[in-house]
Ligand binder design. Structure first.
Ligand SMILES: Nc1ncnc2c1ncn2[C@@H]1O[C@H](COP(=O)(O)OP(=O)(O)OP(=O)(O)O)[C@@H](O)[C@H]1O
Ligand SMILES: [Mg+2]
Length: 313
């Protein structure tokens, strides 16, 4: 059987964009409407629809009339296309991270540098954990409530928006995060912290530290700077979400659970972040998780949060 070889073109993208735009109004969009609205002949659009269906970027059904909808893969394609169109990425490369909540691909930027492209996913168990913080951050930072009727689509978009906002604010404040490069739908592109050849730099738990006490102090200081300069709490800090740059310093990734310090439970999240890091250094290197340095960092940050929450009323 002949293999199907074809990549998407601007016409296909226009179809995908149209179907994405119609999602709020139709679960399944009448095919007739697509043919009528797009500025090409019926024959051309019909061919595009057939190809998109074969590429699994759309689904077609026959209800009372022929209807269509965009698939998750179609949304991935659309978001990557737009990021390329806006110059955030050039060519997309390999999968470098895969979990239930996101997949990460490497890509190049037009200037040749490496980019990490994170496609957020909906994962119900995770969502139950982060529901209240994400709902809060989504209202604060995108001025829009979570759309729970379409949570498979809206939750990954909200996570991407929250992650992008946190990265931008941290980057602008001089906190050690990957430089953000672009956001589209559920996809965030940021500079890749690379160990060369587009491979991600190792996370903290894979690195054997020569001076763990000073590294822990750097992390606590960075964390304090992030909170006090940006008013943001990471909310998922761990030895997995700190990459160790080739030059030895830590870079903080994975921010979709971030919250503004005004969020009611911000100090609980902050305490948990500090607990997880200090427990790691205790387990691996025998450092006292509640020594004077840790207590001081904790007390300072809790006071900062309390003050911000009070001044908010
Ligand atoms: N900016 C980046 N630079 C280098 N590598 C990155 C970057 N962002 C993500 N990665 C790689 O992708 C992996 C997953 O990214 P991240 O921690 O942001 O997502 P996640 O939701 O935790 O995904 P998972 O569930 O797979 O851990 C990281 O552990 C890291 O290897
Ligand atoms: Mg992670």
């Amino acid at each position: 059987m002949a293999r199907f070889h074809r990549t998407v073109d601007t016409k296909d993208i226009a179809v995908l964009r149209f179907l994405d735009g119609m999602r709020g109004r139709f679960e399944w969009v009448p095919r007739e409407r697509v043919l009528r609205k797009l500025p090409w002949s019926t024959m051309k659009v019909t061919r595009s629809l057939g190809d998109l269906d074969r590429m699994a970027l759309i689904q077609a059904r026959n209800r009372d009339e022929p209807v269509l909808r965009i698939t998750g893969r179609g949304l991935d394609t659309l978001a990557l296309w737009e990021l390329k169109n806006h110059g955030a990425i050039d060519t997309v490369g390999d999968l470098v991270g895969k979990g239930k909540e996101a997949i990460v691909l490497n890509a190049t930027a037009p200037d040749g540098s490496w980019v990490a492209v994170k496609l957020h996913r909906y994962y119900q168990l995770e969502f139950e954990d982060i529901r209240s913080s994400l709902a809060y951050a989504a209202i604060e930072w995108r001025r829009q409530q979570l759309d729970l009727r379409h949570c498979e689509i809206d939750v990954p978009r909200a996570k991407a928006q929250v992650e992008m906002t946190a990265l931008e604010r941290c980057w602008d404040a001089g906190v050690s995060v990957p430089r953000p490069r672009g956001l589209n739908r559920h996809v965030v592109a940021a500079e890749m912290v690379t160990a060369g050849e587009g491979l991600p730099a190792p996370p903290l738990h894979r690195v054997s530290l020569t001076d763990p006490k000073s590294t822990r102090q750097v992390i606590l200081d960075d964390y304090r700077e992030a909170v006090t300069r940006t008013g943001i709490v990471h909310g998922d800090l761990s030895e997995f979400n700190i990459l160790v740059h080739e030059e030895g310093y830590p870079v903080y990734i994975d921010w979709p659970q971030a919250v503004p310090v005004e969020y009611m439970q911000a100090s609980l999240l902050l305490d948990r972040d500090i607990d997880i890091i200090t427990a790691y250094f205790h387990r691996e290197y025998g450092l006292d998780p509640e020594d004077a340095l840790v207590r001081r960092a904790r007390a300072e940050l809790e006071a900062f949060i309390a003050e911000r929450q009070e001044s908010q009323g």
